[in-house]
Ligand binder design. Structure first.
Ligand SMILES: *Cc1c(COP(=O)(O)O)cnc(C)c1O
Ligand code: SF4
Length: 339
């Protein structure tokens, strides 16, 4: 056996181990976009398993954002008073290698049973403080349009709900699922249905994806973008600019840039907070204000999401403020309202 063959056997064994721990799936749509000659291909790196996932660092957790601590009934995560997650399914058309719910999602995990869905919807109906329901999972747009329409109808009947929000990656990873029936289901509510698209690289915006997005926005579904900051995929000013331009050019407002969660086996994707702030500084002033998301950390342990800078204004001992401009120069601001 030659050295390369041995290496290949080793790699295959490692990948089998990865697949035994974490779900693996790639849609034919994405498969077709991978450039096999590029070892750093941003599509391949996001979706194809890597032996590096077998490395778990001490600070990594099975439930990095504390979903279980805030789950009163199956399928519901209620951490903030005015909004709750409703996890219809635990499956996705693809499995992102950096997924923050990687211990919970996968083809083996069960979605909600009829009784569990009834109980989850009852929980929302019994809590008038809940103004917004966020369908997430798993990817909620993997369910059939008929089932989605049913769920939307039941949510639509709850008077205190103002908004139904859907978190999905489907328009870019499996755009063929955005059929006329799916659009019809999304349009079937009197309440606003917002769609938050998860996308991390400009290469995800191929013509099929752009068409799916055009259908959605054309149907009056407002869209926001959420991305994860990922080492070697989008951790450069150019990659982030291209990504956010692709969103805005397709009528999607970049909303959150997530600092990577401490999920097991994801250290090869990790960028430091300081680097993240530096990248955000680079965007401010250099590219359109429409392109600027909020840089967000979900504090490990279920303590909530907060913006993590960068900070441009700092109070001084003399009561004035030091404010830095987009190019890094400091200016003094005497706040007339406190004088
Ligand atoms: C992320 C998250 C939300 C949504 O928070 P926003 O800041 O409104 O996007 C709501 N509930 C839970 C449990 C979450 O993890
Ligand atoms: S689409 Fe979301 S839930 Fe599904 S694997 Fe990717 S990050 Fe995880």
């Amino acid at each position: 056996m030659g050295a390369t063959e041995r290496d290949q056997d080793g790699t295959i064994a490692a990948l089998k181990k990865v697949a035994a721990q974490f779900a693996v799936a790639v849609t034919p749509h994405l498969q077709a976009q991978i450039d096999p000659s590029d070892p750093q291909d941003p599509i391949a790196r996001q979706f194809l398993p890597d032996a590096a996932e077998l490395v778990t660092l001490p600070h990594e957790r099975e439930d990095p954002i504390g979903d279980t601590a805030h789950s009163p009934v199956a399928g519901i995560v209620h951490r903030y008073p005015d909004r709750a997650l409703l996890k219809l399914v635990n499956v996705c058309p693809v499995y992102c290698r950096f997924c923050f719910r990687r211990e919970m999602v996968g083809p083996g995990s069960k979605g909600l049973s009829t009784e569990q869905l009834d109980a989850a919807i009852e929980y929302i109906a019994q809590h008038p403080a809940i103004w917004e329901v966020i369908l997430t999972g798993g990817d909620p747009l993997i369910v059939s349009p008929r089932r989605l329409k049913e769920v939307i109808a039941r949510l639509n009947a709850i008077p205190h709900l103002g908004v139904i929000r859907i978190h999905s990656r489907v328009p870019v990873v499996d755009p063929a699922r955005i059929t006329d029936e799916m659009i019809d289901a999304l349009k079937s509510s009197d309440k606003a249905v917002w769609l938050l698209l998860h996308a991390n690289h400009a290469r995800e915006f191929v013509p099929e994806a752009v068409n799916a997005i055009r259908k959605l926005v054309g149907a009056g579904v407002p869209m926001l973008g959420q991305s994860v900051l990922l080492k070697g995929i989008n951790d450069s000013p150019a990659a982030l600019t291209d990504l956010f331009r692709a969103m805005v050019a397709n009528r999607i407002k970049p909303h959150y840039l997530h600092h990577g969660d401490l999920a097991r086996g994801t250290s090869h994707f990790r960028v430091s907070l300081a680097e993240g702030q530096q990248l955000m500084r680079r965007l401010r002033g250099h590219v359109s204000g429409l392109l600027q998301p909020t840089y967000i950390l979900d504090i490990p342990g279920g303590h909530g999401k907060v913006p993590v800078g960068p900070v441009y204004a700092e109070p001084q001992d003399d009561g004035s403020w030091q404010v830095s401009d987009p190019w890094g120069c400091s200016h003094q601001y005497d706040d007339p309202a406190t004088r």
